[in-house]
Ligand binder design. Sequence first.
Ligand code: ASP
Length: 342
Amino acid sequence: MKTKPKILLIYTGGTIGMIRDSETGSLRVFDFKNLLNKIPELEQLDCHIDTISFEEPIDSSNMNPNHWVKIIDIIESHYATFDGFVILHGSDTMSYTSSALSFMLENLAKPVIFTGSQLPIGDLRTDAKENLITAVELASLHKDGKPVITEVCLYFEYKLYRANRTTKINAENFEAFASSNYPELAESGVHLKINYPYLWKSSVPSPLKVHKTFNTNIALIKLFPGISEVFLKTTLNTPRLKGVILETFGAGNCMTETWFINLLKETILKGIHIINITQCIAGKVNMGQYETSSQLKEIGVISGKDMTTESAICKLMHLLSAEISHESFKTMYETSLRGELL
Ligand code: ASP
């Protein structure tokens, strides 16, 4: 007899499990058990569900790398006994946490699916039920005795995305996420439509390797016309700084003023990595396409290609914590580790 897949539901917090405080009107987290009581439909799914909750569920705006490690510890200690993992998480920083987890989990061979909601589960018009039920269904999918999904994903409003390709784009709509540079992995309608060619395919099966360290000595700088020299100088001289994500214009372009290029050059010579990613929602960095990006290439700026800001940040913190020589860092960063770039 076929055994039912075992899914572990990990509750970290977020709107999905919040209630409205009758006095102040603001949303606050509440007990996870209440949350499950609100979705009796879960019992009807063709899988076994176990649950684990953060002792103190949090609004995802309070997430940091220590919480990421807490989630990873739960996955690691249950990896052998469960077939899939569904993580309930606030939507605000879901793209960051799920991108980070994609780098933390090397050789992943089981589904890890993040979901949450824009309205609490108790609200009449909540999006929580569909998101949670379908996320569990997707995590349970098997073909020829093997899980269909073997990567970290994000499921929201009828769409399954590769997590490290997503960005939260809307604070109000149910369709809160976008993956502009990579197609959806699945769509939920009358049927679950899986986009097989785009799923992550692991090469030779190898044991799961978990990475738990991050170096947070980094900066994120979004360029704008008129950005001041003093601001940039101060930021780039931050003590212990090891890496910078530079959000540039269009296909990776920026101003060519001498003070600016010299400042970046000095920073790189000090051993600080500078990564070029675009401010655009879609498309990629192509240094050298315009004169306004040629110098960046010459001075050794790293290309973030078509990565999201969320992914670029997590990958930088992840790779900085590994022992990689300065020379190999650029190659590693520009190479796809978990399908986060082209
Ligand atoms: N502030 C909430 C959070 O990210 C919003 C949500 O859950 O959608 O935890």
